[in-house]
Design a protein around this ligand. Structure first.
Ligand code: PEP
Ligand code: MN
Length: 353
């Protein structure tokens, strides 16, 4: 639609699409609205649309993923997220955002220490798993409901936003009530009923790349969420399975420019799961920012040696703070901003004893 198109003109186009037996999807951009059409079998005639007022162009989307493609919306999508404390952030623009915290919420002390560390360092989004999808049924499965409550309490005290994993449709209502961003884990990237279910919540979704998913499958998974009514999807590259065994996964940073070329949605990188060892997290985090990621997800634990999950890949607070310091000039070099406070060592040790 033209950047001056009004609501009535948008509604008329949608009504026309419905009359034809198809489904319109209004995709709001920074300065103009795009209307995606799905449900048609072959190519549609552009003429009836081009002659409607407010329409500036009609484009045939050639890709199998329609609504998430750049063909349907050339400008970047910026996702606004606001929590109950009124803290608002935007993901997808020039400001980089970090989502940091432990793999699992383990105790009130642990999550509060991390929340205070993040707050003092200016990081706005806290991560922490409450419902954990573990390879072994004997491994720690998360504190579940209690974990969600601890996360929310820590976030409310500090004004942070929360991202946490939705493991299944059963736990989804509770997870949605206690978080600001719904995380779909790598193991669930193609759990299509879960993708449809999260689409019915008015919360942004952090979609992690499947363990062996191609970029097209990754895009198609996002299409499930968007086509079912939730336009706010953030991709997360977290490494894929290859023949390599010296790292936990192979962090495929080429996914960042490729997804940015093919889709208007933001993409962040999780180097922690990507490499699986804390020693390699910082270099890959820097590389992720350098190649244009819109943010990072990093596992941080007050005492990684005692972590109940993913200790070997978790950064100690001190290392996390020094990573923030190193990321700032890299962000600036690629035209982005990282609004964090670089704490001194003493301060970070004080916060996480
Ligand atoms: C996690 O974020 O702790 C997690 C389980 O990640 P992934 O789904 O990428 O393995
Ligand atoms: Mn983890």
């Amino acid at each position: 639609m033209d950047s001056h198109a009004n609501q009535e003109q948008i509604d008329l186009v949608c009504a026309r699409v419905r009359e034809m037996g198809f489904k319109p999807h209004v995709i709001a951009g920074e300065d103009r609205v795009a209307i995606g059409i799905t449900g048609n079998k072959g190519a549609l005639d552009k003429e009836p649309f081009l002659s409607m007022s407010g329409v500036i162009d009609a484009v045939r989307v050639t890709k199998p993923y329609k609504l998430v493609s750049r063909e349907v919306k050339p400008d970047d999508t910026i996702i606004k997220i606001k929590n109950s404390n009124g803290v608002e952030i935007k993901i997808g623009g020039d400001e980089l955002h970090l989502m940091a915290g432990p793999c699992s919420v383990e105790s009130e002390t642990q999550i509060n220490e991390i929340a205070h560390l993040l707050k003092a360092s200016g990081v706005k989004i806290m991560r922490g798993g409450a419902f954990k999808p573990r390879t072994s049924p004997y491994a720690f499965q998360g504190l579940k409901q209690k974990g969600l409550e601890l996360l929310k309490e820590a976030a409310e005290k500090t004004g942070l936003l929360v991202v946490t994993e939705v493991k299944d449709t059963e736990s989804l209502p509770a997870v949605a009530e206690h978080s600001d961003i719904l995380q779909i884990g790598a193991r669930n990237m193609q759990n299509f009923s879960l993708l449809e279910a999260v689409a019915h919540y008015n919360k942004p979704v952090l979609l992690k790349r499947g363990l062996a998913a191609t970029m097209e499958e990754f895009l198609m998974a996002a299409e499930y969420i968007v086509s079912n009514g939730n336009p706010n999807v953030i991709f997360c590259e977290r490494g894929i399975r290859t023949y390599e065994t010296y790292t936990r996964n192979t962090l495929d940073l080429s996914c960042v420019p490729v997804i940015q070329h093919l889709s208007h949605l933001p993409i962040i990188v999780d180097p922690s799961h990507g490499v699986g060892m804390w020693e390699y997290v910082a270099p890959m985090a820097k590389a992720a920012v350098a190649c244009g990621a819109h943010g990072l997800m990093i596992e941080v634990h007050p005492n990684p040696a005692e972590a109940l999950s993913d200790g070997p890949q978790s950064l100690k607070p001190k290392k996390f703070i020094s990573l923030l310091r190193d990321l700032k000039p890299i962000a600036e070099a690629v035209g982005k901003r990282l609004n964090v406070n670089v704490l001194n060592e003493t301060k970070s040790l004080e916060l996480c004893a």
